[in-house]
Design a protein around this ligand. Structure first.
Ligand SMILES: [Zn+2]
Ligand SMILES: [Zn+2]
Length: 294
């Protein structure tokens, strides 16, 4: 069965962002921060590699059929000590950039819970990670984002390992079949313009209905809309029911190869515009505070 030799998901995004930042003279603190983030993640991803999957095909098929995501933290062979060191490095990075990411101002060495399989699984399950009484200054969202970015370079390898084991087109749910996270991006495919969602954490993509909100499953057409940018290459889907938005790139309009992970980052202006219109991103991702000057 086909399995890629190396996992270079993040290093490809990093290379693309370095080139893009160089060509377009984008030197804002936000992209400077992202480059540092991707460098830490690329190194972790390189070291973690692509794992061997012990999950049998029958159980795998059962999880796909039931809509249960495939990764369970206690079944992985993630090196939790090493992952804990990445978590600490990322926390330090976030603390350095609280001028543009003010949500992270409450993170400190004293209030961060230890990075364990249990904490990671709680994040995957969407549970509250720490109570206000335990760590009053620590924003739950900031901790969730930190856990997300720590896990990401470990989960992209699982996404590649699982890719050939099941049919992504049969999933059709709003969350990722591999890790259960919500999508942060989407694309319309070159052939038919079918919409695929892209996981915010492990980079898996899967087929999804065009007129359906992946976050609240609203299919009421009058409550769904989208806007395209002036080039027609990008669009943003809006849901009036849950007030979430989702960015997309239309590959029928794209000239060459498109790196979806890179597109997610360099379309930060679309996030800003959607947030100014009163919509929010559904995922634990990093968006600049629209009010902060870059
Ligand atoms: Zn995923
Ligand atoms: Zn919705």
């Amino acid at each position: 069965m086909y399995k890629p030799e190396i996992n270079d998901t993040t290093s490809k995004i990093l290379k693309g962002l370095e080139e893009w930042a160089g060509e377009s003279a984008h030197s804002s603190r936000f992209f400077e921060f992202y480059l540092k983030l991707l460098r830490i993640q690329a190194e972790a991803e390189h070291r973690a590699g692509i794992p061997a999957i012990g999950l049998g095909q029958e159980e795998l098929n059962r999880r796909v059929l039931n809509g249960t995501s495939l990764i369970k933290m206690h079944e992985t062979d993630i090196d939790w000590n090493y992952a804990g060191s990445i978590y600490k490095n990322l926390a330090e990075l976030f603390m350095e950039y609280t001028d543009i990411l003010p949500g992270f101002a409450g993170i400190s060495d004293d209030n961060l819970p230890a990075f364990t399989a249990g904490l990671a699984q709680s994040w995957l399950d969407g549970s509250i990670l720490v109570s206000g009484a335990e760590a009053p200054e620590l924003e739950p969202q900031a901790l969730a984002t930190l856990v997300h970015h720590t896990l990401r370079p470990f989960l992209t390898g699982y996404a590649l390992a699982f890719k050939e084991r099941f049919n992504q087109n049969s999933w059709r749910r709003g969350h990722c079949p591999v890790c259960g996270s919500v999508p942060s991006f989407s694309y319309l495919d070159k052939e038919k313009g079918a919409r695929y969602l892209v996981c915010s954490c492990c980079n898996t993509d899967w087929l999804f209905q065009r007129l359906d909100c992946p976050f609240c499953h609203n299919v009421e057409q009058t409550l769904l809309s989208y806007r395209t940018d002036e080039t027609g290459l990008y669009r943003v889907y809006f849901c009036e029911k849950c007030k979430h938005y989702l960015k997309a790139v239309d590959l029928r309009k794209a000239a060459g190869d498109v790196n979806l992970g890179l597109e997610t980052i360099i379309t930060a202006d679309l996030d800003r515009q959607a947030q100014e219109l009163g919509y929010t991103s559904a995922e634990n991702r990093l968006t600049e505070d629209p009010s902060s000057a870059l």
